[in-house]
Design a protein around this ligand. Structure first.
Ligand SMILES: [Zn+2]
Length: 510
């Protein structure tokens, strides 16, 4: 002990000396962590002052009353000397402990839980934050709505950007990625679906209750963890790459059941095909969950296991929605936006994977889909007022981010050539795996690989309102016509399906 104390004294003395020698300021006083991470669209989303590495989410759910009780343990590291920090969370909280010490806490604003630990946390110090809570998630409104969905037989925690606030405390922004475990105690006979792998089979705990355990081994964003609690049929298999596939279907799908299965059971095939274009699948498991009709209405790219509203299958099977959500596993989940104004890096590319699937399955080439999409939106359509590169916080899921976003990607591809284009996609997802990126960085990479100045393409298609004129070389079919404006594009076979899909995706959130 003496030796340790002495060494500590010497280190402290040396640090003081170093400060004196360089004439710098004394160490800054401990300060509160920022209440937001600095996102231009959502300034109070996420927090400053610490960086999370893991969430252990352990809850009990009562389907009869929608009561959720539990404990989330957060492993983090301070990024500054902290005397206070925020979590994003809205459920009634019983206690917060930081490194074992009981901390005081208070709710502030829309969704902030302000935590004051009794001891200052030093920069780089490890923090173990344990939050106990008990509440009815469907009772709470934040960001103007309730993202938690209670269903006839359980509940759904599925949403973007907001969802974690209703069921686990977090640093809620894509910039702070972490791994997570989800463990849920439910009445016997109720199923619980979540991300990743099941480290153990569901097992009885207490009389009449069963614990379900899920584990996500790769870092993800805080809107990735999901819950689907209710009556589900679970289908397990092994993918061509050897990974576990777990799909699940609400028992309340009715007429949607068969077309849903005919779509979702192609997940491993779709992932295999996308791996051939984008490089190895970045996660540890695959699958999809189809939830009951009249619940969420959208689909979401939850890491390893996307979730789908039953309504996507009302016109029959739809592999395009499976292509879209699994395309996000690379563009969106593994490589995530830096700020929410970079949403094009998620939705534009997931949509472009649909165009490539259309070509692959003989339902219209990407060029044909581009031509018809371009023609479909008249110059006077307000669609053209939304800039995919900066749509504004109210429009991050506007259909222009999808359709004009994919058109922008196609123009970029034509300007670069196929070799440089596909190399750019693979390099982007490989070099930023489990990280983040912004549109300027994507443009820089594309220019570096292609040697082509893409400023005009990006400015025109992502950042300028109004319908862009087509460059003479933009359309292969334009060469045969007197001008791009004068020709009429034929409707690709995939068009009706893409149209219906995008109307549903963009109308809600995905
Ligand atoms: Zn999407």
């Amino acid at each position: 002990m003496k030796g340790a104390l002495l060494r500590r004294f010497i280190v402290a003395a040396a640090a003081t000396l170093a400060v004196l020698l360089v004439g710098g300021p004394a160490q800054a006083a401990p300060a509160p962590g920022a209440p937001g991470i600095g996102d231009p669209y959502f300034p109070d989303y996420g927090n400053g002052g610490y960086d999370v590495s893991h969430y252990d989410i352990r809850v009990r759910y009562y389907p009869d009353t929608d009561r959720l009780t539990g404990t989330t343990t957060i492993l983090a590291r301070a990024t500054q000397d902290l005397n206070r920090f925020n979590l994003d969370f809205i459920l009634p909280t019983q206690s917060v402990r930081v490194n074992g010490w009981s901390a005081s806490f208070v709710r502030e604003g829309d969704h902030e839980l302000v935590v004051t630990p009794p001891r200052v946390i030093n920069r780089n110090q490890l923090m173990t934050i344990v939050v106990q809570y008990d509440g009815i998630p469907s009772d709470y409104v934040a960001a103007g709505y309730t993202a938690w969905t209670r269903t006839d037989d359980g509940a759904l925690a599925i949403g973007q950007p907001e969802i974690s606030w209703w069921w686990y405390p977090s640093n809620d922004h894509p910039l702070d990625k972490a791994t997570w475990d989800v463990s849920v105690l439910v009445p016997d006979g109720v199923e619980v679906l979540s991300n990743g792998v099941m480290p153990r089979a569901p097992r009885p705990e207490l009389v009449g209750w069963t614990r379900w355990s899920w584990r996500s081994l790769r870092p993800g964003q805080t809107y990735m963890p999901f819950l689907a609690i209710g009556q589900y049929e679970i289908v397990q298999d092994v993918a061509p790459n050897g990974q576990q596939v777990i799909n699940a279907y609400s028992l309340n799908l009715g007429d949607y059941a068969d077309p849903a299965r005919a779509s979702i059971e192609r997940t491993a095939e779709v992932v295999d095909w996308e791996s051939g274009i984008l490089g190895p699948y970045p996660f540890e498991a695959q699958g999809g969950v189809v939830v009951a009709p009249n619940t969420i209405g959208f689909a979401l790219e939850n890491q390893t296991r996307s979730t789908y509203a039953a309504e996507f299958f009302r016109r029959g099977s739809d592999p395009y929605v499976v292509v879209h959500e699994n395309g996000h596993q690379w563009f969106g989940d593994s490589v995530s936006l830096e700020n929410w104004d970079d949403i094009w890096l998620h939705e534009g590319f997931a949509t472009y994977m649909e165009w490539l699937w259309s070509e692959y399955t003989g339902e219209g080439t990407a060029q044909e889909v581009f031509d018809f999409t371009y023609q479909f939106y008249a110059p006077t359509n307000p669609f053209w007022n939304v800039k995919p590169g900066d749509p504004g916080p109210a429009n991050i899921f506007h259909i222009a981010v999808y359709d004009r976003g994919a058109m922008a990607i196609h123009q970029m591809r034509l300007a670069m050539g196929d070799d440089a284009f596909f190399e750019t996609l693979r390099t982007w997802v490989a070099s930023r795996k489990y990280g983040n990126g912004n549109i300027a960085q994507f443009q820089a990479l594309a220019e570096q690989i292609s040697g082509v100045d893409l400023d005009a393409v990006f400015t025109t298609w992502l950042y300028t309102a109004g319908k862009p004129a087509l460059p003479a070389s933009a359309s292969a079919s334009a060469k045969a016509a007197p001008s791009a404006a004068a020709r009429t594009a034929a409707e690709p076979k995939s068009w009706a399906k893409l149209r219906a899909l995008h109307d549903q995706l963009a109308a809600s959130k995905s």
